[in-house]
Design a binder for this molecule. Structure first.
Ligand code: TEU
Length: 565
């Protein structure tokens, strides 16, 4: 096995609470994953990334961890985890854990100790600051900085016990750990080694580009610019890609990964630039194997968070093309349309109407998997699962949806309807409705009441029906994943974007040695001819419609992969 085995691999993300419920409490669990490993083995993926399964008050569905070295009882226990790991390894599937160490839960004993008094030994494990100079602690506007939390409200929570504030970039139940403190870092590395010794195959590192903050000489954190009409400022200049980030990642690599083979590390980095990603993923620098960038899932975002822009294909191509070019020589891309934080891609960049749902889901899969990089499939994407028909705010469970709704409606004078329109299109719960296994009342997910309703379209869209249908999205994804294993140009070829100004077609070539692949995806419901010469007589390797295109004239949402050598 070469050290970059993950270049040939496909990762499948499991969101355990929504994957499969074996004990009937309405919440997915580890036993449910074990029961469905055959689905994943048949699909042909190589690695499973599990969203957090550690003990947690579940304020942010497990991204708020109260014990890093155990399993949340809702999901199982360490014994069942070991069983899952063994069962996965038996099928040749690796398991990558979610590592959430920018923050812990406020119920973690580290934080309990830290908050207990100003001179507690762990006081400095978190970010404690006094009220703004000259202001009454706890008074409105006295927070140490004007930063807004990702989930709405201030990033600072006033704590009566000591009369100081603690920093939480996410919810108030997710206090930020202070990576400046070497004891914090050592505790994290020890925990990581413990999981690797247990047999896990790597980590997906949650918001890892937020661990280093920009601190003034007086210990202060910098205020952000306050946009007109907003209650809080964007503080990201003070915590994204901070001054010690590279140093921390290199130290982690040295302390945790040295001398261990066959692992995969991926850093989730909202706002990361191509230049920073080159440094993070250059193998010579020993930081991480790849990063999750966000540019291509932010192309349909307006400057104001409460506008939904339609997809402009030229923008998407410019962004992904820039990442392909940037990491062509050094480093490596991760490729994803979906995860537990994003709406379903077929509803977003495809067409989820009954007529075009399956074909557009296949087209999107083709375009993504044929880029240079490691593709990630999010549970249900291989079925072409869609957004959920959410009604009012009460139907959303996500702390982000609820928090941003409250801030926008109560503090920023937005109308509930405009906010709901955006949440229905973009809200994270769209990705979190239960996996659709069959057409039975709860979609085969649970015999109890699912924690979030199953999409009513599970009657048509489900794994059982698709595994039985050779034309399904599932079998198309299976072929797509197989193509990576049989055609070396898919993993190893270089990348050249074609037709950058075309608003309807996404086209590019991949070339390795004497082989060249041409990939075209039609992002419209119309028939469109691709003006690309020189491919007459090439072999059609894959397409998502019954009829091969004539003279590169693609049908609605058609995708094609041609090969010539
Ligand atoms: O997400 C980081 C992140 O930036 C998200 O806040 C995302 O941009 C946003 O929710 C999109 O709407 C990670 C996890 O993936 C997410 O589930 C957690 O809530 C968050 O970190 C805090 O741990």
């Amino acid at each position: 096995m070469t050290d970059s085995w993950w270049k040939q691999s496909v990762v499948y993300q499991i969101y355990p609470r929504s994957f499969a419920d074996a004990d009937g409490d309405g919440m997915g669990d580890l036993r449910g994953i074990i029961d469905h490993l055959d689905h994943l083995a048949e699909l042909g993926v190589d690695v499973l990334w599990l969203s957090p399964i550690y003990p947690s008050p579940q304020d942010d569905n497990g991204y708020d961890i109260s014990d890093y070295q155990d399993i949340e009882p809702l999901f199982g226990d360490l014994k069942t985890f070991d069983e899952l790991l063994a069962a996965a390894h038996e099928r040749g599937l690796k398991i990558v854990m979610d590592l959430v160490v920018n923050h812990s839960s406020d119920e973690h004993r580290w934080f309990q100790e830290s908050r207990s008094s100003k001179d507690a030994p762990k006081r400095d494990w978190y970010w404690w600051r006094p009220a703004r100079a000259g202001m009454e602690p706890g008074a409105p506007g006295a927070e140490p900085t004007n930063w807004g939390s990702v989930f709405g409200g201030s990033t600072w929570e006033f704590d009566e016990t000591t009369g100081e504030y603690y920093l939480h970039l996410f919810s108030r139940k997710q206090p930020d750990l202070n990576w400046e403190n070497p004891q914090v870092r050592e505790a994290v590395y020890t925990m990581m080694r413990w999981w690797l010794d247990r047999g896990v195959d790597g980590f997906r590192m949650d918001v890892i580009n937020m661990i280093s903050k920009t601190i003034g000489t007086d210990g202060s954190l910098p205020d952000g610019q306050l946009p007109v009409g907003s209650a809080y400022a964007d503080g990201s200049a003070g915590f994204l890609g901070g001054p010690r980030l590279h140093e921390f990642l290199q130290e982690m690599h040295r302390e945790v990964f040295t001398g261990r083979d066959g692992l995969l590390t991926v850093g989730e980095m909202p706002g990361v630039t191509v230049d920073a990603a080159i440094l993070h993923t250059d193998p010579e620098r020993h930081e991480v194997d790849m990063v999750f960038q966000f540019d291509h899932v932010w192309v349909d975002r307006g400057s104001d968070p409460w506008t939904v822009l339609p997809l402009q294909l030229t923008k998407l191509k410019a962004v992904l093309g820039r990442w392909q070019a940037g990491l062509a020589e050094v480093g490596w891309n991760s490729l994803y349309w979906n995860n537990h934080d994003q709406p379903r891609v077929v509803s977003r960049y495809g067409d989820d109407s009954p007529e075009y749902r399956a074909v557009s889901a296949k087209m999107l899969g083709t375009v993504l998997h044929l880029h240079r990089g490691t593709p990630y499939v999010y549970q249900g994407e291989e079925l072409g699962m869609t957004n959920h028909p959410f009604g009012g705010i009460d139907e959303f469970q996500d702390i982000e949806a609820r928090g941003l709704y409250r801030q926008a409606v109560e503090l920023e004078n937005r109308t509930p309807e405009e906010v709901l329109t955006v949440l229905r299109a973009r809200g994270r719960d769209n990705a979190r409705t239960p996996m659709q296994w069959d057409d039975s009342p709860n979609g085969g997910f649970s015999t109890g009441t699912p924690w979030l309703p199953v999409n009513p379209n599970h009657v048509e869209i489900n794994a059982k029906a698709q595994r039985a249908d050779p034309d399904s999205v599932f079998h198309y994804y299976r072929r797509l994943i197989e193509l990576r294993k049989t055609e070396p140009a898919v993993a190893g070829g270089d990348f050249t974007m074609l037709l950058p100004h075309d608003e309807r077609l996404y086209a590019f070539t991949r070339r390795l040695d004497g082989t060249e692949l041409l990939v075209i995806g039609n992002f419209t419901g119309e028939t469109v001819r691709a003006e690309i010469d020189g491919w007459a007589g090439a072999e059609l390797v894959l397409t998502n419609l019954d009829s091969p295109p004539d003279d590169l004239t693609l049908g609605p949402w058609q995708a094609v992969v041609y090969r010539r050598s």
